[in-house]
Design a protein around this ligand. Sequence first.
Ligand code: MOS
Length: 770
Amino acid sequence: MSRIQNAVIASVKTALGWVPAQWLPGGTPDPLLARRAAIGRQDSRLDGPAKVRGEARFAAEVVMEGLCYAALVHAVVTRGRISRLDTTTAEAAPGVLLVLTHRNMPRISTLALIGVTDLSAVGNSSLPILQDPEVRYNGQIVAAVVAETQAQADHAASLIEIDYAAEPARTHFDRAKAEARTPPSILIEKNHVSVGDAEGELRRAAFKVDNLYCTPAQNHNAIELHGLTVAWEGESVVVHDATQMIAPSARALAKLFGLKKDRVRVLSPYVGGGFGGKGMWDHQVVAVAAARLVGRPLRLMLTREGVYRSVGGRSRSEQRVAIGADSDGRFTALLHTGYSIMPPYGACPEQYSLCTRALYRSNSFEILQRHLDLDIVPNTYMRAPGEAIGTFSLESAVDELAHAMGIDPIELRRRNEPERHPIHHAPFSQRAMTEAFAMGAERFGWARRSPDPGRQQDGEWRIGMGCAAGSFPYARMPGANVRLTLREDGSATIASSAQEMGMGTATVQVQHAADRLGLPVEAISFEMGDSALPAAPMAGGSSQTVSLAAAITAASDKLIAEMLRLAGNDSPLAGLRAGEVHLADAGIVCSDDPARHESFRSILARAARDEVVVTAAGSAPLEMLKFAMHSSSAIFCEVRVSAVTGEVRVDRLLGSFDCGTILNPKTAASQFRGGMIMGLGLALTEETLFDPRSGRVMNPTLADYHIPVHLDIPDIDVIWTGIPDPRSPLGARGIGEIGITGVAAAVANAVFNATGKRIRDLPITLDKLL
Ligand code: MOS
């Protein structure tokens, strides 16, 4: 993103600072907060029964007549060019229908990189896809084979002969630093923040810490592999994909293949985990092209290794965090700078410095991210990109300072709790970080912790407690559309191309719509997962729930206007304006005089209508520019570390969250817990190993890349403040990514408390503790 963007956003923020809050979305609290019934209830997931019975069809399970199957060939050099390509044996192999290489791939343009303003911008990479003999990273897709069966496709793929003329490649993180780039902005934030003389303040500070923290590359490992089933019919194509961006994918594919928008339909009713990894990658484009060439429905599912080879993950990073404090522990300087990988053809800036802009007050700040170009599959968004690893560094540093000063780390945080946004001074919409810590400390038994490391032992085990804060920005996406159908029988359907990746999208929106429309949950259905429905933005940045909620609210407002018009003068509501009524008891009621009520059924019957249909879009998300809005967390952890082997076992983990209204405690607790489990992987086990000579991932399997398993996971306790955010739809903020945020630091801080060893290099494997 550009300097122009910085200037535009800065002036919008300044202007919004002057606009009275009540003129804006979020200006007055959502009136539904005062009369919620289904919201906040522990409803079970609507998609649960279908999934438990195995009836939910995922993208690579869709049944089709005449299906053929594709297999991919991935490059084994990092940079170079295909010097010899022989597909004759593969083509002659049993069952083979097509061998697709750069020679016969249709000429297409490149994908626009993921963004929030362009609804067809979904690419994680803007590199050409099978357009030339160039290899740009190790693992790049260089050929595809289509055959009658998967086994035949896999076999034939192994028969393709490729020689490469290798060229020098950039594969060394440290060597790339000399040519690091400094982008003007990080997402919608200005990259370089310099407030006061932070280096000078740090030098003069009574107490200080100043250290480097390293976090490794990580890969996506959703249970459901990336896959799609494609069927062309003439100039139209239906794509059953596993994606967290349904409508945007359809638009992007239409653009790429030169089709009218309504000729591409993307269906994705269920996704078996997204976490940022289920966007548009090369394999979908290759599959859509191949299906057109063979003229048959086609299935392509990446292998687990294929995901490592051609779908990016979290970037490696190296971060410096320095904090200076006066003798009372008040921060006088806060510095957070560092390096991560973001090739110019990638989309994700790994925004590890964002948390440092929002968590603490300080007299001075110095914040700057630098990007390294390496020839690897572009890194992408991976659950709390940036925040997950940024809080590891920042919250380790806060713990280190607390230890050096002999202050309780929660007390040190309390002393630096900001009253307004620390950088741009916007008011917080709602923030109860201090309460979240207090609740968490009480429940966890923080008072039992000894501040001196290594005090608590049990045989060979050293026991310690740690805590950390987390912060994740609130986001609501523009371009959320829904269609609301209200029928004469008192039922309603909400339709939107929204995504269900396992978090309970339909479940909570049905709860929401029930309260918004004044109907029981049983009367409401939610249609989703189909680009033919009104377009929803992607599910990402923990933004989908409020984005859809704003659109449903807008549709409900339209419905009120339409129903009042239909009610006419023969209704107890006659003469009332939209602002004077709300929906309740399956009808419209005067807000000041509940006796004036007419049911939907009665209004529709008198108007001789079977149904009313309205479509609406959510308001522009200006609240996120006027206010400082963040989900917050306080994470507590207790570990055991073996003095003999260095092995770390997590005995207890607690998350205390401040994320606005919790819409459904069951689905929310599950999301928080899932994030926290991923946080344990980040802290202790997960690490993608690149061979620096070849730029090739060396551990592309679940046997070699260690994600936590059941035995690694203790009981996880999840609590929340539940205080509604007066500026957001439903008073809610995102909960998908705050769960992982802060966990790695809480574990590292607990390990220090147990052993006196400070590990600043993730993952905390046993070799680092011996
Ligand atoms: Mo997320 S990492 O925005 O799915």
